[in-house]
Design a protein. Structure first.
Length: 138
């Protein structure tokens, strides 16, 4: 039988939750984590809330991808030709303006990848919860 377990609190004082199951191993009862629910206190709340959270993260990733494109568009074509059409990592080459654009471009690329990764992780967590719900374990 599975149940939700509250565990500790994050830096903001909010509890976080796990879906756990008890299993007997070698005469002892052990808890096995089936799924991490995060801030959602029930499986139903997680199944309802995670899709909206995934959509929000994907929108943020798209925003930063557009920002990276805008920063790259600000580069002078001669700059891009010098580096094979790619924006170089920020460094000591070029003018201060070129270094600023390169830095902003790579910041946007980094944040877009971060949001995409978090959205992918949440999508996987959602799929696992849906699988557990379908199998009757949750």
């Amino acid at each position: 039988m599975a149940y939700v377990r509250s565990k500790g609190a994050n830096k903001r004082g909010e509890a976080y939750y796990y879906l756990v199951s008890c299993v007997r191993e070698g005469g002892k009862v052990r808890q096995r984590t089936l799924a991490y629910l995060g801030a959602y206190p029930t499986v139903d709340a997680a199944l309802q809330g995670i899709p909206a959270e995934v959509a929000r993260l994907q929108e943020q990733a798209a925003k930063f991808t557009r920002g990276a494109g805008a920063e790259k568009a600000q580069c002078i074509p001669a700059w891009l030709e010098r580096f094979g059409g790619e924006v170089p990592r920020p460094g000591t080459h070029g003018s201060a303006n070129f270094r600023r654009i390169c830095s902003k471009y790579w910041d946007c690329v980094h944040y877009a990848a971060s949001y995409e990764g978090r959205a992918r992780e949440l999508s996987e967590r959602l799929a696992k919860l849906q699988e557990l719900r379908a199998s009757g374990a949750a």
